[in-house]
Write a protein that binds this ligand. Structure first.
Ligand code: G3P
Ligand code: MG
Length: 232
């Protein structure tokens, strides 16, 4: 079962900061998950549209220039990272799941990932691009079928994993409240991996292991890895 650090090791350090990502890398996770938004001319790493949720700033992320965003405290004195700063930190150390949180991110994102492949040594298969906005995922696939996409769902759809198969997704990322064995089996029969968010409790990890889930997003990677090791 793969362990994906949710917003970095966000149970230990401020979410979506270089500190949280470095902590996750030191824990030797399989992958790090981050959230991205577009601001004026830059892709930045932050979960919410509103600055007050995770920083000492106010207002909409999309309306601020990077120079202003960089003055804010994202926790423990950390700055909001740009996507390029995260790519530079993660290169050669683990895979990266980039969750697209806003519109107009697809083209600048793919251009930046191409640059990361040529300059930082990433393989295309190390990137998994996910979103609750399946229109963005379709846009990615129309531009280049080779990108791995992860279809996020916060529910158990009536046709189970069919929607993700239609998108030609690599994986389906489902809320722990809605996953069950039928859903996992259906996704596997369609050739899809199943990753579950957000999993921090030991009992849940044991249940998901029994369901043959392929990976979990966790805020506490070390704790989760110890639990998984005991299940083998
Ligand atoms: O990508 C898994 C999970 O991060 C999706 O929900 O709100 O934490 O971005 P959220
Ligand atoms: Mg996310």
């Amino acid at each position: 079962m793969r362990v994906i650090a949710h917003r970095g090791a966000s149970g230990h350090e401020p979410e979506n900061t270089l500190l949280a990502i470095e902590a996750a890398l030191k824990m030797q996770v399989d992958a790090v998950e981050i959230d991205i938004h577009q601001t004026e001319g830059e892709l930045i790493v932050i979960h919410d549209r509103w600055l007050h949720k995770t920083t000492d700033g106010e207002g909409r992320v999309s309306e601020k220039p990077l120079s202003q965003l960089k003055l804010l405290d994202a926790g423990k004195g950390e700055k909001i990272p740009t996507l390029w700063e995260v790519l530079t930190l993660v290169a050669g150390r683990c895979d990266l799941n980039i969750e697209l949180k806003s519109e107009k991110t697809v083209k600048p994102l793919l251009a930046m990932l191409e640059k990361a492949m040529s300059r930082l040594g990433f393989e295309q298969s190390q990137f998994l691009l996910s979103s609750f906005n399946h229109h963005l995922l379709r846009e990615i696939k129309l531009l280049d079928m080779a990108w791995r996409i992860g279809a996020l769902t916060g529910s158990r759809p009536i046709n189970y994993a069919r929607f993700a198969e239609k998108l030609d997704a690599y994986s389906i990322h489902i809320d722990i409240d809605f996953v069950d064995e039928c859903f996992v089996n259906d996704a596997h029969e369609r050739g899809l991996k199943v990753f579950v968010y957000t999993v921090d409790y030991e009992e849940d990890i044991a249940d998901l292991h029994r369901m043959r889930v392929d990976g979990i997003f966790t805020n506490y990677p070390t704790r989760s890895m110890v639990r998984i090791a005991h299940l083998k």
